[in-house]
Design a protein around this ligand. Structure first.
Ligand code: FAD
Length: 806
């Protein structure tokens, strides 16, 4: 055993071995993997190990494609077989919604050069003669789909890593991870300690236990999961080729050839947790007793679709554990509160994603950032609010709905409410329909009838009209939007201005009462965040950013040391806020305060602490709606008083509460970008129009990277598009984000946000395009079908910003 290493990977499942392999491949040969038992001793050894390329998320598709292509390379490189079978995968749609989903995925595949396309039922029958295609609306074919040998793949990663100098020590359990004052770690084992720069938690089923060694709690929960393999099926035995796998997700099972029989697995509704209070340390190559009754319904669906399954006997049943996060995505990345502690836990499709996950983990550790935006997978998306009850409820829901379509805008109710603001009951009394944002309940829209819940789908849903009414109310009169879930921070002290200037790309406001917008620059020069910074006192700044990115941003803030005597603290829980906006907002607010809100006294982008309805609020004259408006921030204890006063005063003006879904529509009408959609580390400042806010005459975090990328022309540009009304009315659907954009048959970009612009009466989308500009007519693939769209020269609402400055 070595006593030092640059990185110690804990866990020799498929993920740990892939991370080790990629660390070595990217140049770190001084790396060690510690496995408490044999390699593959967690979920890995018994997996069905199906591999798929396409996913609703584009970056996940990229990762899965990288992984699928890697397995064959690995075999060649290491001589270790990965047992790769790629007879293709058939994806079946039984419902209209599934057809929309598959068509959209096929359109994305075309844009990104991936092989996933529609075939006729006759072609599908030829490929898989055992499938009964009755009732199937369409079939997509992915020629590279298939499965691998789980042990072979893991051993191949291990062999590739060893060839590059990495070490693997089996039967070496990690019993302690101790942070050192200099930021390094001591990893303790019964065979000795290793002093290392980085700890990587890839302990799979024991991810929670290994995290606890560093004082961490990860929101993870194991479940049982079953599949069975049939005896030999004569038709398969008679074939000289392998059958494609079948993804009949409406039937809620997966199916592929195994030997001369079929393998069928299911995510049943009546799911079963395992190891709720901790994964037993003596569990290794173990399984649970069969319980096929639990998956009977799924089995019957499989038998109806592939009758041969019912005719063959069952040869083997596998009931094994897998471990889930609350949204079924991996918990990925360095833990923001620790130094150099990397998590890669809770991966469900480990064999579809192992390669991409290993590559991105190695990029993050060695290069400081991944090539793709991984915000949706970032361990920082959860925090202490995602406790045990929440995690269990979400995992149960995710497991039971593994193959259900997750629609755009869908909000699942399991485990909620996790945390609420003081006005939650008042909002509920006003028939708010809530969504979840960084654990907080926040109103999405306000229903016009009691007990309303929202419906979900790719087409316009029951909230479409009420959200339109809220938008029109705000633009015609005024609206009151709860913006409490924005992240808020106060930076105070003699070094506050210097510190903020050293963090952010823009120059901080020099005068008290002034605000500025500023990007935060990522390691590769992309947009890591967009913030509003206001100087409220000579030595005090008020900072507003994305609520869901608060923990993510911690990683950036801690890279610049705070000067002595200066503090930077989150106020997100302590402070609540409302945005009161619309042409009547000034008159409405003026009824509640003696401070003059006239433009001469309170211009756009200025701020002041004022008393409003007896409550002290910090008032900022900004609004994400693009309209005249103020953001009002108060202590959480005062939120109910303030809300009641605003609603009361609003009555006279015909103003009322407005939800976040209307806010999304209003900001798109104005062309404003939003974090994780238009602003992401993947986009350079000049591509999203934020280059003018990067002040190169001063130093700031990752300035070198900004300077480097700013030398290049934009690779693509953020634009606003108007979709053809007839096309949109025909499909009864807006773009929602992710839809490819084509011009003359060539892929030129993709949508990042879409909405109906209720107050401009246009179906709108924001997106990135290359080789196209204002006036060009393009095709946006809403529901996977071409919709004509025109690139606009300016946002349709108030392009000169008169309303904002009124
Ligand atoms: C029945 C079933 C079917 C599946 N089918 C598929 C499929 O078709 N396709 C697919 O992509 N995925 C499938 N999966 C999921 C897949 O198995 C997992 O995503 C994958 O195996 C996770 O790998 P891992 O390396 O993260 O974790 P694990 O395989 O759990 O590995 C973790 C390793 O860490 C080691 N370890 C733990 N604690 C310590 C410690 N303190 N010190 C040292 N070592 C430690 C363990 O011994 C273990 O070897 C299936 C899972 C199940 C249960």
């Amino acid at each position: 055993m070595p006593t030092t290493a640059r990185a110690v990977v804990i866990g020799g499942g498929v993920i740990g071995c892939s991370i080790l392999y990629h660390l070595a491949k990217l140049g770190w040969s001084d790396v060690v993997l510690l496995e408490r038992d044999e390699l593959t001793s967690g979920s890995t050894w018994h997996a069905a190990a199906n591999i798929h390329g396409l996913h609703d998320s584009t970056n996940v598709s990229r990762i899965q494609h990288y992984t699928m292509n890697l397995y064959k390379e690995l075999e060649q490189e290491t001589g270790q077989g990965c047992g790769v079978f790629q007879p293709g995968s058939l994806y079946l749609a039984q419902t209209e919604a599934r057809e929309h989903q598959l068509r959209l995925q096929a359109a994305k595949a075309k844009l990104y050069g991936m092989n996933f396309h529609e075939i006729s039922i006759a072609e599908a029958r030829e490929l898989h003669p055992l499938v009964n295609f009755d009732g199937i609306r369409c079939v997509m074919y992915e020629p590279d789909g298939g499965n691998v040998d789980p042990s072979g793949v893991t051993q191949a990663y291990a062999a590739g890593a060893r060839q590059r100098g990495a070490q693997i020590h089996r039967f070496t359990p990690v019993t302690g991870t101790v942070a050192q004052p200099d930021g390094s770690w001591i990893v303790q084992t019964p065979r000795g300690d290793i002093h290392t720069e980085w700890v990587v938690n890839a302990a799979g089923l024991w991810g929670r236990e290994v995290a606890a060694l560093a004082g961490l709690q990860l929101p993870l929960q194991p479940t049982e999961h079953q599949y069975f393999v049939t005896e030999t099926i004569p038709e398969i035995a008679a074939m000289d080729r392998r059958l494609p796998s079948v993804s009949d997700r409406d039937g809620e099972y997966y199916l592929r050839q195994e030997g001369k029989g079929l393998l069928v697995g299911a995510y049943e509704r009546d799911m079963q947790f395992w190891a709720e209070d901790g994964t037993p340390l003596d569990f290794a190559h173990d399984l649970f007793p069969d319980d096929l009754d639990r998956i009977e319904e799924n089995m019957m669906n499989a038998i109806e679709r592939v009758p041969a399954v019912g005719e063959a006997g069952i040869k083997r049943v596998i009931n094994g554990p897998m471990i889930w996060s609350p949204d079924a995505n991996v918990l990925f990345g360095p833990v923001p509160e620790l130094h150099n502690y990397f998590c890669c836990n809770g991966i469900i499709p480990g064999f579809s994603q192992s390669g991409g996950m290993g590559l991105l983990a190695a990029q993050w550790i060695i290069e400081g950032e991944t090539q793709y935006d991984m915000f949706g997978w970032d361990v920082a998306r959860f925090d202490a609010w995602a406790g045990k009850a929440f995690t269990k409820a979400r995992v149960a829901d995710q497991y039971a709905h593994r193959f259900a379509i997750h629609f755009p805008n869908e909000e699942r109710s399991a485990g909620r409410p996790a945390r609420t603001r003081p006005v939650y009951d008042m909002q509920r009394d006003r028939r708010a329909v809530f969504g979840l944002n960084a654990g907080w309940e926040h109103p999405l829209w306000f229903a016009d009838m009691p007990g309303a819940t929202e419906t979900n789908g790719f087409t316009r849903q029951n909230w479409w009209e009420p959200v339109g009414a809220e938008c029109r109310m705000l633009r015609d009169r005024a609206g009151i939007i709860d913006i409490s879930n924005f992240a808020k921070y106060i930076c105070k002290g003699p070094g506050a201005e210097d510190w903020l200037n050293a963090v952010y790309a823009n120059t901080m406001p020099r005068a008290v009462g002034r605000s500025c917008l500023t990007p935060l620059i990522s390691k590769r020069g992309g947009i890591a965040g967009d913030f509003t910074v206001t100087r409220t006192e000579e030595d005090t700044f008020w900072i507003i950013g994305s609520g869901m990115a608060e923990r993510y941003h911690k990683r950036f803030f801690k890279q610049v040391p705070l000067p002595d005597g200066t503090t930077f603290e989150s106020q997100t829980s302590a402070i609540c806020g409302f945005n009161v906006a619309g042409p009547a907002s000034r008159d409405l607010l003026q009824r509640l305060t003696n401070t003059s809100l006239a433009t001469a006294d309170f211009p756009f982008m200025r701020s002041r602490t004022i008393e409003l309805a007896g409550v002290e609020v910090l008032a900022l004259r900004v609004s994400f709606t693009g309209d005249l408006g103020w953001e009002l921030h108060c202590k959480a204890d005062d939120q109910m008083t303030l809300y009641a006063a605003l609603l009361d005063a609003g009555q006279q003006f015909g103003a009322g509460p407005v939800g976040s879904r209307a806010l999304m529509s209003l900001r798109i009408e104005k062309g404003y970008g939003s974090w994780s959609r238009e602003y992401s580390p993947e986009y350079w400042p000049q591509e999203v129009g934020l280059d003018r806010l990067c002040k190169l005459d001063k130093d700031f975090l990752n300035k070198e990277a900004a300077v480097r990328v700013l030398r290049y022309p934009a690779r693509e540009r953020l634009v606003i598009l108007e979709l053809d009304a007839d096309d949109v009315n025909r499909s009864n659907a807006e773009a929602t984000g992710g839809e490819p954009i084509f011009k003359d048959g060539k892929g030129i970009g993709r949508v990042t946000s879409g909405t109906y612009g209720y107050t401009v009466d246009q179906s709108l989308a924001l997106g990135f395009v290359r080789d196209a500009g204002p006036g060009d007519v393009v095709e946006v693939m809403v529901l996977g079908q071409p919709h004509k769209a025109t690139i606009l020269a300016a946002p349709p609402f108030d392009p000169e910003g008169r309303r904002l400055r009124a």
